[in-house]
Design a protein around this ligand. Structure first.
Ligand code: BEZ
Ligand code: FE
Length: 279
């Protein structure tokens, strides 16, 4: 093997430079990353022009990032990497509620609300009662579970995307279960919306003949002492985009019933139980 770089020995040339004090995990991850990256470049015989395009794409991805916009996470989401990392790290028993992508629109510190309270304050959309139970794998109620919920409004925007237009904390709230493990709140029937697509990720989706839309969903984060945190959504099953979510977040088990209620206080009702896995 030559001591200098050449095509055939490219992986070895880079990986053999690692110093003696590199941690075993960093060594494992970087050795594999370099091997796969070089294999990819060789596989597609990346041209100089394509390399320049890729550098420019990544530069623009970084430049559009801000406190409110995380384009690299969008890139990970739209390439299916976020869902893959989650799947590998959250393998659960079949009966347990599955995770899906967190997305960029969760805001910590949403107001704690009384069970049954309203979370939607802009007067838009069709009201929907969300209710169900938080239980363990045996079906026993989980007391003191914290349920943090958030959704877009009927125009397809989260409050943080429209500061000064939507009321603060619109379509957000935190609920704590009592001894029966039950939760309920009144929001709106979710609507589908596009992920931010005015940047490099939107350009990539366009070039690939893919759309930016996510099927209608309600976000839930469920946390309870002694149980794994569940970061998930419930989905509206008959949504146009259910089978082509831009970020691959849909799982069959997360499709929830949304039923019209005749003569009720809300137009819709959606029942869903969260089944927690012990840590
Ligand atoms: C969301 O559902 O809020 C979301 C998830 C991934 C990317 C963009 C938005
Ligand atoms: Fe969302």
């Amino acid at each position: 093997m030559s001591q200098y770089f050449n095509e055939a020995g490219s992986v070895e040339a880079v990986n053999s430079r690692m110093g003696p004090d590199v941690t075993p995990r960093l060594k494992e991850v970087m050795t594999s990353l370099v091997a796969h990256l070089h294999a990819f470049v060789k596989d597609v015989r990346l041209t100089q022009q394509e390399w320049e395009f890729a550098i420019d794409f990544l530069t623009r991805t970084g430049q559009i990032c801000s406190e409110e916009r995380q384009e690299f996470i969008l890139l990970s989401d739209t390439l299916g990497v976020s869902m893959l990392v989650d799947a590998i790290n959250n393998r659960r028993p079949p009966a347990a509620t599955e995770n899906t992508v967190m997305g960029p629109f969760h805001v910590a510190g949403a107001p704690a609300r009384e069970m049954g309270a309203r979370i939607s304050f802009d007067g838009k959309g069709e009201s929907c009662l969300f209710e169900g139970r938080v239980v363990d794998l045996r079906g026993n109620p989980v007391t003191g579970a914290c349920i943090d919920v958030w959704s877009d409004n009927a125009d397809g925007f989260y409050d943080v995307q429209q500061p000064g237009i939507q009321p603060e904390w619109n379509n957000r709230g935190v609920f704590t279960t009592g001894e029966d493990g039950r939760y309920s709140f009144v929001g709106i029937k979710p609507v589908s919306y596009p992920i931010p697509h005015d940047g490099p990720v939107g350009m990539m989706l366009d070039a690939l003949g893919r759309g930016p839309y996510r099927p209608a969903h309600m976000h839930f984060m469920v946390m309870a002492e002694g149980f794994q945190k569940v970061v998930t959504h419930t989905f509206v099953g008959d949504d146009t985009y259910i089978a082509r979510d831009a970020v691959f977040g849909v799982k069959q088990t997360l499709v929830a019933p949304f039923e019209r209620v005749d003569g009720g206080e809300t137009i819709w009702r959606s029942r869903f139980d969260f089944v927690l896995t012990p840590v």
